[in-house]
Design a protein around this ligand. Structure first.
Ligand SMILES: Cc1ncc(COP(=O)(O)O)c(/C=N/[C@H](C(=O)O)[C@@H](O)C(C)C)c1O
Length: 388
């Protein structure tokens, strides 16, 4: 395993060769200055570096620590997903692959992958649960307009876990010419390491930007929502060794942890193997994977990245769950106090950050990773608007 007791490759023999090829391709790339030059040459296209700034009115509302925002919602395609999609497509090209597949739930990763494929002229097929196709229709249109084909997955709960399983099944019989761009820090080694590596541009930039604006100081905490774990590990990993910086992950508490309708894998799950990796998972005592629920498609996933599982075990990071209602209040507060409509996923981090800001108190500071923008969600939020 790669992260303490967590990580590894629990996959059929058929996948071993291509995972080794990917691991070699990944290692060659990160050791090759030319790769990083090519990745950085795309920063203007991706909208990097993303900005970091204070949230004056949200800080005042919380009445405690200074709240800063890392604006991954301003990236091209509207979330942090572009960081990983571009990097993986660059690696796929170095491996001579001509076709790309991806899974998606919220659709942001699907759109980011379709965008990278349009940019580099690669064929793109995105697997998406039928339920998510319905609730993230805007992103389905965007993927198709970008030239990708969207495969609506109708088995199981018709959400992200089924899309991911379907993508792996398809990949096994198309290994030669196809690279699977996994959208989060999940799946068998090297994916969790690979995705975290490319998402860590978030934490690296945030650390430097914050220091520049705060006489070289570190923030007292960084907060990110947790779906599969890519925006959180990307924000957290550059701070891992800075032990004065608290790392807070906010999961989807859905209708409440004892409702059975949530996706709070680290808060309410237990160690297990899922989608090819040993991590935390929501499963019953027969090992049946729970159906999950979240108001946000992007957090609606019963697995989580193994690196986060290891940080939970070591206590380096702490995890809480925000319910749908609490996330909706985060959605409303950032919109009405800062004029920023966040993705429902990011709204979980906003809620968790307000609680933490109160706890830390004045004179302290924290950064929220605003992982995405809320355009995709306004329709479904409109349906519950009175509650927010
Ligand atoms: C705006 C936004 N913020 C956070 C997340 C949670 O994914 P992680 O950052 O990988 O934990 C997501 C996850 N979105 C994925 C998607 O768009 O397909 C997700 O559904 C899966 C790839 C995990 C997201 O869209």
């Amino acid at each position: 395993p790669t992260f303490g007791d967590f990580g590894g490759q629990y996959v059929p023999e058929a996948l071993h060769a291509c995972l080794r090829e990917l691991e070699d391709g990944f290692e060659n790339a990160v050791e090759d200055q030319k790769f990083w030059e090519e990745f950085r040459s795309l920063y203007p296209y991706m909208g990097r570096p993303s900005s970091l700034h204070r949230a004056e009115r949200l800080t005042e509302y919380a009445g405690g620590a200074d709240i800063w925002l890392k604006r991954e919602d301003l990236n091209h395609t509207g979330s942090h997903k572009i960081n990983n999609a571009i990097a993986q497509v660059l690696i796929a090209r170095r491996l001579g692959k001509t076709k790309i597949i991806a899974e998606t739930g919220a659709g942001q990763h699907g759109v980011a992958t379709a965008t990278a494929c349009a940019k580099f002229g690669l064929e793109c097929k995105v697997f998406m649960g039928a339920e998510d196709v319905r609730r993230q229709a805007l992103n389905v249109f965007r993927m198709r307009i970008l030239g990708a084909s969207v495969v609506s997955v109708t088995n199981g709960t018709q959400t992200l876990r089924d899309a991911t399983s379907e993508a792996f099944r398809y990949w096994v019989s198309h290994l030669k010419d196809t690279h699977y761009v996994v959208g989060s820090a999940i799946g068998p080694h090297p994916y969790p390491t690979l995705v975290r590596t490319f998402q860590s541009v978030i934490g690296q930039e945030a650390k430097a930007e914050f220091a520049k604006l705060n006489d070289g100081k570190l923030p007292d905490a960084v907060v990110a929502c947790v779906g599969g774990g890519s925006n959180s590990t990307g924000m957290f990993s550059p701070f891992e060794k800075d032990l004065t910086v608290q790392l807070l992950g906010v999961e989807a508490g859905g209708s409440g942890l004892n409702s059975g309708f949530h996706s709070a894998t680290l808060t309410a799950g237990e160690p297990g193997v899922f989608h090819g990796v040993r991590t935390y998972v929501l499963q019953d005592d027969e090992g049946q994977i729970h159906d999950t629920h979240s108001v946000s498609a992007g957090l609606d996933y019963p697995g989580v990245g193994p690196e986060l599982a290891a940080w939970k075990a070591s206590g380096r990071a702490t995890f809480i769950a925000a319910t749908d209602a609490e996330a909706l209040s985060g959605f409303r507060l950032l919109s009405q106090l800062e004029g920023i409509i966040p993705a429902l996923e990011s709204s979980h981090a906003v809620f968790g950050a307000i609680q933490l800001a109160k706890k830390l108190g004045k004179g302290k500071s924290l950064i929220i990773n605003v992982s995405g923008r809320g355009d995709k969600d306004v329709q479904s939020v409109a349906e519950v608007l009175p509650k927010i």
